[in-house]
Ligand binder design. Sequence first.
Ligand SMILES: [Zn+2]
Ligand SMILES: [Zn+2]
Length: 141
Amino acid sequence: MNAIDGLQLLAELEGEHCELNHGPDTRAEDFPAVDYIVIPFGYKIDEVQEVAARELVIPVCAECATALSGEEWTLLYCFECNSSHWINRRLAKNRYRHHILWLRGCPDCSYEFGGLYFNEVNGLADERAEFLKIQAKLSAA
Ligand SMILES: [Zn+2]
Ligand SMILES: [Zn+2]
């Protein structure tokens, strides 16, 4: 994402609501977004060249941003239907190390399960998923 697009998004942040799951019977209005997470999906041409085919931009509230930065929670996010589930790592049967696991298809949508992505999404590291505000600050510096 270039700096102009980033600034434009941030300008629209007011009025956006968190798109992550806060449990049943919660209203989006209760969770005003404070930032976006930006995830480049793309592919590698070779070891040095990467092409970000598209970017997924998700508004998140302060609570979710904190959870995504901490060590307690892992987010399962389906990028076919945009549904998400939080997993408390201490209570989970499996050991989760990643902050976000990307699902291609999940029980909530009609897409056939196409795979689980972590660390690398078609060659792009999930470490590249960034908070837009941090990214914008970096490119302004
Ligand atoms: Zn949230
Ligand atoms: Zn789904």
